[in-house]
Design a protein around this ligand. Sequence first.
Ligand code: SF4
Length: 449
Amino acid sequence: MHIFAQGYILMKKKLYIETYGCQMNVADSEVIFSILGKDGYERTTNMDEADVILANTCSVRDNAEQRIWGRLEVFCKQKEARPNVAVGIVGCMAERLKDKLIETGKVDIVAGPDTYRSLPEMLRNLAPERPQINVLLSKEENYSEIIPVRTDKNGVSAFVTIMRGCNNVCSYCVVPYTRGAERSRDPETILEEVSDVVGKGYKEVTLLGQNVDSYHWKNADKDVDFPDLLEMVAMLNPSLRVRFATNHPKDISDKLIEAMARHRNICHHIHLPVQSGSNRLLEKMRRRYTREWYMERVRKIREVMPDCGLTTDVIAGFCSETEEDHQQTLSIFREAGFDYAYMFQYSERPGTLAARNYPDDVPPEIKTRRLNEIIELQGQLSLESNRRDVGKTFEVLVEGPSKRNQDELCGRTGSDKMCVFPGLGHSAGDFVNVQITSCTSATLIGKIV
Ligand code: SF4
């Protein structure tokens, strides 16, 4: 694209962003595209033509950071070929490793998650041997009025960030240090963004926060908690599917569960990270719930919404984990019957409470063995859960052609299960009713009825 100004043709600069880690980072990259878009940059998905290359990074595990060090070498090759290219590391790893990144001499920009508004200025101030750093954490920044540039390939599903940061300080987690304190966004600006998403033809919105249950906006005339906000979004447009992530077991309320059940367009799916089945380890992790509390929440969800999908996160081999603790994790998986789980072995993150206070003392081969046992169990649970759906009919939002078979379509049920089916005449963004005829542990297979 060109800009015509005073008789000259100015080429827009090209911005390429690689995004790593969670959905929050996907949403943040869309905010960066918006901020730099207003400053004369346009998005490219081709690194070879980019004037600015950014990696929006994640620090949650050591291997996530190792990957970025590897990508930095690839970005440097671009700089060797085209010396005017600017390379930046933004996001959590920028916040955590600012000095180390600058010392490499390979990075021009280091920007933390709360500093994206300063990116245009940082890019303008770039000069040889003068990298730009801004990693200030903010108590207020939530990019409220910025309408992100949507990057979802199919134009079906959009993320809307409702809050930033986290106040929980779980002992293993780096988020409170890289993303700062919790702050909620004005509901008016959230509703404006959701309206914009609907206007652009999106069919599904996911409200994002590190702990959506602690969303709270209060001023002289408004007092809005997460269930209130969720209902406001759901009522904005009854044909818009509404999802959210992530919940915290200590905070998820009856009010939320009941609000979900009241609205047909709020998806019946809850991601409720359990992290461990051992009370001793939950205390050490500073999760501030017990397995009994967790299971009581699961029972409440199932009582109010028997069709609700339930997924989780778990850490295998946290500091001092014994065989007995591990067995308790396996048993809570069986008891809760999760549909899906994100399963990881413990990776110590420097600076966290756990790194400062507890030795990372479970040998790597034991961590791996325990993780594999959890993965194997979850495979069985996912298969059992999918088998229970055979014969049922679900409303599915079509995302596009199936990856394995381009003649078939894929999409998700409200309970967040991936579904594959022959879909002649339908395309991304359509809602279809699919009857399930068979399944694997990962996918429901069906036909449109
Ligand atoms: S709730 Fe705990 S695990 Fe989740 S982001 Fe906050 S500190 Fe990290």
